[in-house]
Design a protein around this ligand. Sequence first.
Ligand SMILES: *[C@@H]1O[C@H](CO)[C@@H](O)[C@H](O)[C@H]1NC(C)=O
Ligand SMILES: *[C@@H]1O[C@H](CO)[C@@H](O)[C@H](O)[C@H]1NC(C)=O
Ligand SMILES: *[C@@H]1O[C@H](CO)[C@@H](O)[C@H](O)[C@H]1NC(C)=O
Ligand SMILES: *[C@@H]1O[C@H](CO)[C@@H](O)[C@H](O)[C@H]1NC(C)=O
Ligand SMILES: *[C@@H]1O[C@H](CO)[C@@H](O)[C@H](O)[C@H]1NC(C)=O
Ligand SMILES: *[C@@H]1O[C@H](CO)[C@@H](O)[C@H](O)[C@H]1NC(C)=O
Ligand SMILES: *[C@@H]1O[C@H](CO)[C@@H](O)[C@H](O)[C@H]1NC(C)=O
Ligand SMILES: *[C@@H]1O[C@H](CO)[C@@H](O)[C@H](O)[C@H]1NC(C)=O
Length: 761
Amino acid sequence: MICSTVLILLSLTYSQAGPLKFESPTPPRYLSLRLNQSSFSYQIGISETSTWLNSAPIVFNAFGKTYSTADGTLKNVGVRRDNDIDRLGSYTSTEWLFSIELNTIVSATFKQYTSQNFVIFKQKFYNDTTGCSVHDSGSVISHFPAFQVAVTTPGPLGYLSYGGGQFASDYRLGTYQPGKLNIVSGLASGPFALLDQTGNAVIISPFSEFMSSSLHYSGSENSIRWGLLGEVDTVPAHFATEYIAFFGSMGINQAYADWGRLMREFYGKTSAYRDSDFTINYLGYYTDNGAYYYYRTENATMNYEQTLIDVQKYGEMQKLPYRYAQLDSWFYPKDNTTEGVITWVALPEVFPDGLEGLNQKTQWPLVAHNRYWSNLTTYAKQNGGDYDFIIQPPLAIPTEERFWDDLFRYSRTWGLAVYEQDWLGKEFDTLNATLTSARLGNNWLLQMGRAAQNNGLTIQYCMAESRDVLTSLQIPVVTQARASKDYHPGNDNWRLGVTSIFADSLGIAPFKDNFWSATYQPRNKYNLNEPNPGLIAAVATLSTGPVGPSDKIGFSDVELIMRSCNADGLILKPNKPAMAIDTRILELAFRDGIGPEGEVWSTYSMINDYYFRIILAADMNSSFSLLPSHIGSLSTFIMKNAHTTVDAIAPVPFTGHQQLNLTTACTKSNFCLYHTSMQFSLSDRKVIIYGEFSKWVPMSRNRVMSFTVGSNDIHLELQGAYMEIVTFLFFEDMNPVYVKCQIGDSGRATMSLADRACQQV
Ligand SMILES: *[C@@H]1O[C@H](CO)[C@@H](O)[C@H](O)[C@H]1NC(C)=O
Ligand SMILES: *[C@@H]1O[C@H](CO)[C@@H](O)[C@H](O)[C@H]1NC(C)=O
Ligand SMILES: *[C@@H]1O[C@H](CO)[C@@H](O)[C@H](O)[C@H]1NC(C)=O
Ligand SMILES: *[C@@H]1O[C@H](CO)[C@@H](O)[C@H](O)[C@H]1NC(C)=O
Ligand SMILES: *[C@@H]1O[C@H](CO)[C@@H](O)[C@H](O)[C@H]1NC(C)=O
Ligand SMILES: *[C@@H]1O[C@H](CO)[C@@H](O)[C@H](O)[C@H]1NC(C)=O
Ligand SMILES: *[C@@H]1O[C@H](CO)[C@@H](O)[C@H](O)[C@H]1NC(C)=O
Ligand SMILES: *[C@@H]1O[C@H](CO)[C@@H](O)[C@H](O)[C@H]1NC(C)=O
């Protein structure tokens, strides 16, 4: 399936000549690619009037030598032009064919689509080619596309370079100038975007073979290049990798959303598994790093089964609706040197009745953690097991899907719902086998993913690098991934605003990790307090990822946790993750004081085609005047969240040039959360809906399924837990009106503003 915009443009192709326009305001802006065949160079610009990127030489390494268009060692043997159509639309391709030695052919292809907002670069090895390695896994053996880092006119452009582990959360921003580039290069590299201050952005990323493709920045040659991993020595005949340059003119958030939509549509990744993942939708209890019960039970005489049963009892007593639990690396046997996994089963001293026992007694579905495989793993044939593994001490990697299939089928019997694969980066980056193969890494994740899908599981990635999360475009059941470093009380792993843009674009729910709901957790192993439980609880809810408290039994802030969910534990979340607004990203890149010096994120719930927006401001180092246009908002009123300030939450108009002053009073401990709503004109009064008073997200699709505005009344179709009591706040001609109501047996109710009551349905 391709997006409708592309379809419309396709129909234009046949009726009109000249440059086509892609969703752009006047004057039309589009991605312009200019090829120069006499020098094998190319340029990328916005329309014909600017040049953002100038090519660097095309390079292939083979037979222990370097062949380059710079010195003619890469000899052109032809040019092939073609017109064709694929899932992305119709395109014109230009393939530059080169010969190296021994009649070995490689090529560089440009695919220019009629939609003119993206181009695809393809590099291909026609023959089995050996001696390609440059003996540096941080580098690449082939360069195409490749660009000189040069001063651009007008002004320096900014960049956003995603990279590092935990969903590329070690991203960098700066200005694109020679000698000043601080981008993530090599194994940790991710999508790279150039931005200007008028909303233009070009995102460049791998488009296929994600596991074996990298971005490499050479400071000495002052160029950035995309290609195959630097230690791949043998490339099979016809192996190709592709890269995309994608243009957007409506700001970086929109550019990422559109780029991601194109990637997901091309690979057929829908939101079905993410939307229906139980552990994304319901409250869970977590035991990973940062949690109170991480490698620790309630006391020396209690095992983990007893501890988790007591967590559940405490939850029931307090009406904390934990619906599942996460088990971390403490439950399975590891080797003593690298702590690699030996067998993925429960240690008897941890769960004397096995995981089956825990599952039977609690009835909790389980999210269970796994890490890299030890070279001693009992599953490997080399160690007497049944399955093909490559063993390279101290680690090992499975190479057949049957292994995953058997592991997952068995794990279903003890309640596994989500397979959490942690240490993805380490497994890939440590083994020679993965680093030297064009295909092994890809096969590994695809086999795991297919087996999970076949066994009714979803997958959570942890410590995933960009190559892993991009590969998940091909794995429908990867629904969630950690998007910041591990939680430790008081640390800043709540800063998800920038990584969430990347995560959501790929169709993955970003996970903030576990959190403490209350400052004091007596005798905790970290010797720490959590100074900002409100902020981290709100961020977890606004992330749309799992919400997983990790408190000591008896020490939860129940009221705080319940701001996230209904009485059944259903998370009352917005439509998409809260993300750093464009002007914040530009501030991080340009540092010119125009954007906020603090975290400013926005998101929304959309109900009946109406936007109910949410703005979070925290850690503000100076004040910032937010305009409706910063968050794409039109005519609305804005209200403070009931729980983040002591002020009244009275609506203030927020339209046109009206500003919301986000001041340094929006800190981490006293963060600011605002909600927008439109004003509805009834026959005799004007009404603003604030929504559910006691929640972080007062208007969530998980609570308000729809509403109708009549001439004298507003009706809200609500859902909730059996007999749950909910209170909604409205403003009638600016006067607050609270409507309290009880959800019926069916889990439904219709609230009437005029009646100040509900009808159970
Ligand atoms: C193409 O490259 C050649 C060789 O560098 C140069 O002389 C020529 O001016 C270029 N053509 C264009 C249109 O830029
Ligand atoms: C390399 O591939 C090309 C294109 O398929 C073919 O014509 C050529 O014979 C191959 N070279 C060798 C050495 O096999
Ligand atoms: C461990 O905790 C349990 C439950 O709270 C309690 O019954 C038991 O006495 C405790 N044991 C020790 C040694 O503190
Ligand atoms: C790890 O060390 C413990 C304690 O020294 C020992 O009992 C256990 O057998 C060791 N396990 C492995 C797999 O070597
Ligand atoms: C992996 O590569 C490193 C560096 O090239 C080398 O020292 C080591 O022996 C290799 N290990 C295996 C198992 O091939
Ligand atoms: C496993 O790896 C360790 C190094 O961590 C090495 O000492 C040991 O010999 C290896 N054992 C096997 C069976 O490969
Ligand atoms: C605010 O300033 C502090 C101290 O310089 C810094 O650590 C923090 O990252 C800044 N916050 C933001 C959101 O930039
Ligand atoms: C925002 O608030 C700060 C602190 O109260 C104040 O100094 C600043 O002038 C205000 N800015 C605007 C545009 O109102």
